[in-house]
Design a protein around this ligand. Structure first.
Ligand code: NDP
Length: 505
């Protein structure tokens, strides 16, 4: 087996970054962070208390009001964003190593996420210089136009599954549009976030535009969400946390974007290219260790191909290379944290009473320690099963047969979630009609999960609120003020006008 690769110069203490400086919490509070191969602590992390969040928000507010960032020409901001993308690209090896070490993601997949993070900055760098807004003319009478403005301090709260990429996804549009930010990464995976301050500094982002706080969701996250000087909250995480945040933000009518969980169906019809469908459905649930919001974690297969497809699926799952996250041959690494490992293992035990176990079913063989789960396949899972309904967020799949299109649709829509869906068929009409009828924010037809950055990302039902991606992110992070100008006389009804009230010319 390959050696566990520990990144060089691994920091042992991580600090907040506020107003251009690395700082500890005012009261010195910290928490410990573990890496998922040994589950040993490798660093202490500053733990933000309300007074630290106050400091970070004050810094962002000051930078928004008084700094150059929010009033800079889009072209100037764009240059900084392109530089950020260049630096992220040039450091992708180092970044992937840190990410993989901290989260347990296989190194090759972590590299892909690093490249995607760079792409997010490049994309919004280009978008803000080509941004256009509406203008409407009523000939001879009125001109109306939209004045788009940044909003202020954005609170960005991110999950642990692909941390750096998730952070880039929010950071790039938030700062591209001229806002300033306070970001709180997930406590399981703080490591890669410490690269942002260096990257931003080198790229020329003014101090105070980016502020980073570490700390628990229930203290630092909650305080940030309720902070009166933070009008925008973008959150990615669990649906129940999304509901809590939504309630906390409601009294102040904040702009909210919630990207939440999923239990996405992958529907395989008998007329599909079955080899391609097999590759994609196996990858769709086991990539990123199954810790993927858009994972196709319910595979629905048409009856006439069911037995063969399920057998082939289970065979693939058994052959998946589970291994050290840092080993380039690894396909499934170690889950992020022992608590999450326990959660996934408990679903596997539930699954044994709800489906036919065909692969995996527990700790991966040969890995007595660490959070390694064998890729697990349950077949014949009924729609009322918990493993069919609930998000497991690990390498576990529920496979269910169907006979007709109607039954497939009913099964596909039969959960509280509605994030993604995947449909495999060679019938063009069926593909589109089926896609249109699915309750999900995104559908991939005969395709693995590849998303053009211009398209909207988000879910329906318990999978979220709002859309980010492309110009929709720009809409979320800006306010659109409409300006009306009269071109001729202002024709107002003359309330209260009589001879005595005339204005002397
Ligand atoms: P959580 O909801 O537990 O946490 C996400 C973030 O929110 C963390 O930074 C967490 O802090 C913070 N947080 C927790 N409680 C609060 C609170 N009351 N107020 C403010 N912030 C809070 O999700 P996970 O980190 O466990 O991430 C996994 C989940 O994310 C899965 O359900 C997955 O489906 C979803 N996800 C959705 C995606 C999408 O785009 N739709 C993409 C990726 C993941 P702390 O870490 O300190 O607890």
């Amino acid at each position: 087996m390959a050696e566990h690769n520990i990144p060089e110069n691994l920091p042992t203490h991580l600090q907040h970054f506020i107003n251009g400086e690395f700082v500890d919490s005012l009261n010195g509070a910290t928490f410990d962070v573990q890496e998922p191969v040994s589950n040993e602590n490798y660093a202490t992390v500053a733990s933000a208390q309300p007074e630290d969040v106050d400091r970070a928000v004050a810094s962002a507010k000051d930078a928004f009001k008084n700094g150059p960032w929010s009033t800079m020409l889009p072209r100037e901001r764009s240059r900084v964003l392109h530089k950020i993308a260049d630096i992220v690209e040039s450091r992708d090896e180092e970044l992937a190593l840190l990410e993989s070490y901290d989260s347990g993601l296989p190194i090759t997949q972590a590299k892909g996420q690093a490249r995607r993070a760079a792409e997010n900055f490049r994309f919004f760098a280009d978008l803000i210089v080509s941004q256009e807004d509406n203008a409407f003319k009523v000939p001879g009478r009125q001109i109306n136009y939209v004045n788009r403005k940044p909003i202020g301090v954005a609170g960005l709260i991110t999950p642990w599954n692909v941390p750096f990429m998730q952070e880039s996804w929010k950071l790039a549009p938030a700062i591209a549009t001229g806002n300033t930010v306070v970001m709180k990464p997930a406590s399981y995976t703080p490591l890669s976030a410490v690269l942002w301050p260096e990257i931003f500094r080198e790229a020329g982002l003014p101090d105070g535009v980016f502020n980073l706080i570490f700390g628990s969701g229930s203290v630092a996250g909650d305080y940030l969400v309720k902070h009166p000087d933070v009008p925008i909250i973008s959150f990615t995480g669990d649906s129940s946390t999304g509901a809590t945040i939504s309630t906390a933000a409601a009294p102040q009518f904040k702009s909210l974007s919630l990207e939440l969980g999923g239990k996405s169906p992958a529907v395989v019809f008998a007329d599909a290219d079955l080899e391609a469908a097999l590759d994609a459905t196996v990858f769709g649930v086991f990539s990123l260790n199954g810790e993927r919001c858009t994972a196709g974690s319910r595979v629905l297969v048409q009856r006439e191909i069911y037995d063969d497809f399920v057998a082939a699926f289970a065979e693939r799952a058994k052959n998946i290379r589970v291994g050290l996250p840092s080993d380039p041959a690894t396909e499934v690494g170690s889950l992020v944290h022992p608590n999450h490992f326990d959660k996934v293992m408990s679903y596997i035990e539930i699954g044994k009473t709800e489906g036919r176990l065909l692969a995996g079913g527990g700790r991966a063989e040969g890995f007595p320690t660490g959070n390694y789960v064998a890729p697990t396949v349950f077949a014949d899972v009924k729609p009322d099963a918990r493993i069919f309904q609930e998000e497991i967020f690990g390498p576990v799949v529920a496979i269910t047969p169907f006979d007709t299109d109607e039954e497939a649709l009913q099964l596909a829509n039969d959960t509280k979630y509605g994030l993604a869906a995947y449909v495999w068929t060679s019938n063009l009409k069926r593909a589109h009609n089926f896609a249109h009828a699915i309750d999900s924010g995104m559908v991939w037809l005969n395709s693995n999960n590849v998303r053009d950055l211009r398209t909207p990302f988000g879910g329906v039902k318990a999978s979220g609120l709002g859309r980010e991606g492309g110009y929709r992110s720009v809409d979320f992070y800006t306010t659109q003020q409409s300006i009306q100008i009269t071109l001729n006389e202002a024709h107002s009804p003359r309330f209260g006008a009589d001879d005595a009230a005339k204005i002397d010319a």
